[in-house]
Design a protein around this ligand. Structure first.
Ligand code: CDP
Ligand code: MG
Length: 697
């Protein structure tokens, strides 16, 4: 059985705990303590709920291979536990404490917070690594924050993750696809490295199932060094927070436009309620940017207290300078309104929030293995999420949560729990990573929750047709191994490798870098006219990818000018990110032995290279019109070119798209015009002639 342990119940004997504030005995002295007292930050640290459990946590980690810590958001799990472990010596002798997060922005923000608390600069004792950005120094960095995806990649070079003494898998309740894979793999590593400690930290009580997962063992998974190792039973520690009550308000009738309704609610709060910050949950960058703008406009007209409002967006693509504003203390007499994705649900804590406005939606990934369509869709959240969101209002004082859905809906229709990402995702990237780690029997892998076998089979099929797996479902050499080395979607990696062979790798690195940022255009709800005109300046008849090359060239020619971007409705920060990412990708492909060459604007060659990765994303025009209807070749889905594409209204007969996004219809994003014979050339097995309409040849 797993052990539940809370202070005041079954205390480990030598774990000295005093329930009075501040009366805790330490195993070792806290950092930054000095004879003339604690710094302000140090006092803040000691006020966090997790502080009372410091001794207990250290005791459990010392004595158990796996410790599961459940505690409310904001109780100090992420920022404090790595520091406690460091203070207790877990980072001595060149070892490193790792703490994973599912979200990049959370990695950066907690790393800077912890660095500040330790009086260090980010990138020294405290560092972080996210894809394409490594702020750590070997031999210096003791606490390292990283995404769960990056830790998975590190396993490819160091399968036993030997440099880490403790790995904290944080935000485990999010059940991101990489977290789920990590848990399965870490369980394997533990058998070979009994000295490794795992801490799994979660905001909700899924702890029991995690605990059972770490106790049970697959049949053939025999560990050698177990007899003398730490206890195998995972222990569960539950950290009690000190949340204040939150009053929940529902709408009387269902709302038709949650964005407008959110804006109205914030204005109402601002008019009627005492000061206190507002946190609004919307879904993604588009609706958040639109809401920020709408709120500022309407506040100007509708409220006399406009100057007291400070409206800020929060989403993953946000530039660093804007992130700092989010965490800065609200100036006296002002009210901060942060409009956020579900990143503020549990991964990031904002001080001073008293009011929460919950749209009831978030952007979620959904994959349908039958149609092979993966989508980011705006979908209803679960009750568990709604509860987390409401809880954000009760951190500093009693708060209020305004739900933009009816109580009836909440009670009768909202699902209790979300579905793990693993069970609603395309598994192509996961399969390739497991293969690269030498896990051949993927269906038999020790999953926390098994992915659907249809998704698995689909993934194997796609990888086979891309030439990444061979008939025995092993990685091909060199293609499969090279694709596994590139930290991008395997279809993009394949496109890069094909570009090398076709002699347009220079161009493809740019395209891949652009596709890795959200959008290079700035968009403003309802005011796209200027943008549309500007797009024509860059537009290429071949489609969006080639247009991206024109924009990139223009940006370089302008001397990377922000003015130029502003004039052309281009997102300066996104393009700077593209330049950075491109540089990193360049270094990576050179390491793989490729030498980037340019095809000097031969767009046919460029499109053929794109097709080498994306041949399965082909669609054929079926109905001409203002915005013609297409059908995907693979699954005969009805799809349309997204209005943001330069090919919107052009309607070429055949196109290949990068991704599908569904709102009212399935929209193809980033589209190129192609010749259908290129599809057969690129993937003869995948496209037998008969699947394409012969009349078109
Ligand atoms: O991980 P958990 O949700 O339990 O809490 P945490 O992220 O460690 O946050 C503990 C405290 O640190 C909260 O009161 C946050 O407001 C504060 N914090 C901060 O001020 N700035 C950050 N970038 C991160 C945390
Ligand atoms: Mg946390």
């Amino acid at each position: 059985m797993s052990q539940f342990w809370k202070p005041g119940t079954e205390r480990p004997q030598h774990c000295l705990l005093d329930d009075e504030e501040g009366g805790v005995l330490f195993f070792s002295a806290p950092a930054n303590s000095s004879s003339h007292g604690f710094s302000n930050l140090e006092r803040q640290r000691q006020r966090l709920p997790v502080f009372k459990y410091r001794t207990a946590i250290l005791y459990l980690v010392e004595n158990h291979a796996t410790t599961i810590i459940v505690g409310e958001t904001g109780s100090g799990k992420t920022t404090q536990i790595p520091q406690y472990l460091k203070e207790a010596g877990w980072a001595d002798g060149g070892r490193v404490i790792a703490c994973t997060q599912p979200r990049r922005l959370a990695v950066q923000s907690v790393a800077s917070r912890v660095a500040e608390e330790m009086g260090a600069k980010v990138g020294e004792e405290v560092g972080y690594t996210i894809r394409f950005e490594d702020k750590t120094v070997q031999g210096v960095t003791k606490i390292k924050f990283l995404t769960d995806g990056v830790l998975l990649r590190e396993m490819m070079d160091d399968p036993l993750l030997t440099k880490y003494s403790v790995i904290i898998v944080d935000e485990a309740h999010e059940r991101s696809i990489s977290t789920d894979m990590l848990l399965g793999l870490l369980k394997k590593i533990q058998r070979r490295r009994p000295e490794l400690r795992l801490v799994i930290s979660s905001a909700t009580i899924e702890a029991e199932s995690m605990s059972i997962f770490f106790q049970t063992r697959k049949k053939n998974d025999v560990g050698a060094a177990e007899a003398n190792g730490p206890k195998n039973l995972p222990s569960i520690l539950s950290v009690e927070g000190k949340a204040y009550p939150v009053e929940i308000h529902y709408v009387q009738d269902p709302v038709s436009d949650y964005l407008q309704s959110a804006v109205d609610t914030v204005l109402l709060i601002h008019e009627k309620e005492p000061l206190g910050d507002v946190l609004v949950f919307l879904t993604g960058q588009d609706d958040i940017d639109a809401a920020v703008q709408l709120l500022v406009e309407e506040a100007r007209v509708k409220t006399t207290k406009f100057s007291g409002l400070l409206v800020l967006p929060l989403y993953s693509g946000l530039p660093r300078s804007d992130q700092d504003l989010i965490f800065a203390q609200t100036p006296k007499g002002k009210r901060k309104v942060v409009i956020s994705t579900n990143i503020a649900e549990t991964s990031i804590t904002l001080e001073g929030v008293v009011y929460v406005v919950d749209s009831g939606f978030s952007k979620q990934r959904y994959y349908n293995p039958i149609s092979d369509i993966e989508n980011l869709v705006v979908a209803p959240i679960s009750k568990a999420s709604a509860k987390q969101r409401a809880g954000r209002a009760g951190r500093v004082q009693p708060g209020k949560c305004f739900r933009l859905y009816t109580e009836d809906y909440f009670v009768k229709e909202m699902p209790a729990e979300g579905i793990p990402e693993m069970q609603r995702s395309n598994l192509v990237s996961s399969v390739i990573q497991l293969k690269a780690l030498g896990i051949d029997n993927i269906l038999g892998f020790d999953w926390l929750a098994s992915p659907p076998s249809e998704s698995m089979i689909r993934a194997l099929e796609v990888l086979y047709s891309l030439g990444i797996l061979d008939e025995d479902a092993k990685l091909t050499s060199p293609c499969g191994f090279q694709v596994a080395e590139i930290p991008l979607d395997p279809m993009i990696s394949k496109m890069i490798l094909a570009a090398d062979i076709l002699g347009c790798l220079e161009e493809m690195l740019t395209i891949a870098a652009v596709l890795s940022v959200q959008s290079i255009w700035t968009s403003v709800r309802g005011k796209n006219k200027g943008l549309d005109e500007v797009k024509l300046l860059f537009a290429a008849a071949e489609g969006d990818h080639v247009t991206h090359l024109n924009v990139y060239k223009g940006f370089l020619q302008s001397g990377k000018s922000s003015q130029w971007c502003y004039k052309n409705y281009i997102n300066y920060h996104a393009l700077k990110k593209v330049v950075d990412t491109r540089e990193q990708l360049g270094r990576l492909v050179r390491r793989l032995g490729l030498v980037p060459k340019s095809c000097e604007g031969d767009t046919q060659t460029i499109r053929k290279a794109i097709i080498a990765g994306f041949f399965s994303h082909a669609s054929q025009l079926e109905e001409y019109g203002q915005n013609g209807m297409y059908r995907t070749v693979r699954s005969s889905q009805e799809v349309y070119i997204h209005p943001s594409s330069v090919l919107f209204r052009v309607n070429p007969k055949w196109v290949v798209y990068h991704s599908l996004v569904s709102t009212d219809k399935h929209y193809m994003h980033n589209v190129i015009a192609i010749d259908p014979s290129w599809l057969i050339e690129a993937a003869p097995d995948f496209y037998q002639l008969r699947t394409l309409n012969p009349a078109l040849f």
